[in-house]
Design a protein around this ligand. Structure first.
Ligand code: MG
Length: 160
């Protein structure tokens, strides 16, 4: 019998000057970047929380505390690699992951194929198991005002 588990993740980071904008492991040209202890890749953080949630492993803050200098400026792809390695060691395989980035600007759609390619490589799965979407909030709220970005993710994992 196959055991299926679903997990959900949500994350927010503030947009500031003087930082690179990295979304789903892809550097996107923009005059602002996301502020955080790591590279502040909001999409990967939501995805990691979905995967950790599905496998009953708590959340990203428990595994990679932002008080730990080891994780300062770290690429979130490394965090995702660690999360996937943990799940694989526990016998879990990814069924699929779906995520939505909430950002007023810049336009993310042109970068989605590259983000999917990067994520599927890090997660060692077919790109068809990963879906990435982007939306604005029609100018409403902190994302609409361009003060920050948010991301939501769900992941389904399975074990035989
Ligand atoms: Mg985060």
């Amino acid at each position: 019998m196959t055991d299926f588990r679903v997990g959900f993740g949500y994350d927010v980071h503030r947009l500031v000057e003087g930082r690179d904008l990295v979304i789903g492991g892809v550097r996107i040209p923009y005059h602002l970047g996301l502020l955080g202890h790591s590279d502040a890749d909001v999409l990967i953080h939501a995805l990691c929380d979905a995967l950790l949630g599905a496998s009953g492993n708590g959340d990203i803050g428990k595994h990679f505390p932002d008080s730990d200098p080891e994780y300062k400026g770290i690429s979130s792809m490394i965090l995702l690699e660690h999360v996937m390695a943990k799940l694989t060691a526990e016998g879990w395989r990814l069924s699929n992951a779906d995520m939505t980035l909430v950002a007023q600007r810049p336009k993310i759609a042109p970068y989605i194929p590259e983000i999917k390619a990067v994520l599927s490589e890090v997660m060692k799965c077919d790109a068809c198991r990963i879906n990435v979407k982007a939306t604005t909030t029609e100018g409403l709220g902190f994302t609409g005002a361009g003060e920050g970005m948010a991301a939501y993710a769900v992941a389904l994992i399975q074990k035989k």
